[in-house]
Design a protein around this ligand. Sequence first.
Ligand code: COA
Length: 327
Amino acid sequence: MGVRIVGTGSYVPEKILTNLDLQNMVDTSDEWIKVRTGIVERHIAPPEMSSGDMASIAAKRALELAGLEGSDISVVVVATTTPDHTFPNTASAVQRNIGADNAFGFDLSAACSGMIYSLELAYSLLMQQKKYRYVLLCGAEKLSCITNWNDRNTCVLFGDGAGAVILGRCDDDDSGQIASDLHLDGNYSEILQLPAGGSRNPTSHETVDKGMHYIHMLGKETFKLAVNAMAGACRNVLSESGVNAADVKLVIPHQANKRIIEAVAQRIDVSTEQVFVNVHKYGNTSAASISICLDEAFRSGQLQKGDIVLLVAFGSGLTWGAQLLRV
Ligand code: COA
């Protein structure tokens, strides 16, 4: 018995914000953004659209591809840093919107590593609990609502969107998780955070006046930590499993910055052709990025049944990890 990805879906809002648009908003340039990050444009959700709305559209597309109904889903997980509300969870909005009447579910908070963490749960649940047939994992973010559009250090980096992955048990023994390596380190929590809005600093006039409801990030520090952590996690899953980097069909890294992706690829010795990149189209969509990539890779035929894929991410927490899967 194995576990296999039976469907994927994704959604990005229609509105595109280009680097040229940003040139008119803050002191930046198309050239600087492209060279330093690889980002060309990103999608921005309209005010009335939430992370849960985007996740629901992505989930419906995944259900359609899998040939399943909402009622077939046993578990709904939504990885997000921009939930619709503090409570109820965003998973309940997705459950309602897709008619997942037989599911339980919850949100998962692991910033950009959300899909890597969610996959660990999904593979474990499906392998150990026969009563769960299909698990729906969504990664969804409306980062535009926590972005300070006057801060050029951060506003050029992020975008909105959602992806969905459905996993199910299958007869094929080969499909499944080959190895995983997950980490959490709270010693660097201040380099990348949303300072206010939680129980540490509840929202007040003062927190809003100080812009504490926006993403705060020390870019250079984050960059260095991300490269080392992501390369380390990739090396760990490869050495634990005995799989050669050359046998990995596709490496799908979290899409934060093209230079981070290139530095990781170089350290683990994979070719450019093996690395999936779409950061130029969407920017950093945090928890959504890996599931959007997976959907594009499957639908374009770059990933096919039986392929080995290496997923790797790094995010606030710090959280990071890698998943080596046979899909
Ligand atoms: N346009 C033009 N100049 C900018 C700019 C922008 N949008 N943002 C920053 N700069 C300036 C800085 O002010 C600095 O100017 P100074 O030298 O006069 O002080 C200069 O560019 C270099 O800034 P620096 O922060 O050293 O650039 P960098 O090469 O580290 O690139 C990031 C900045 C943010 C792109 C990069 O650090 C990064 O991607 N970090 C990781 C971000 C990330 O992945 N976060 C999420 C993790 S999941």
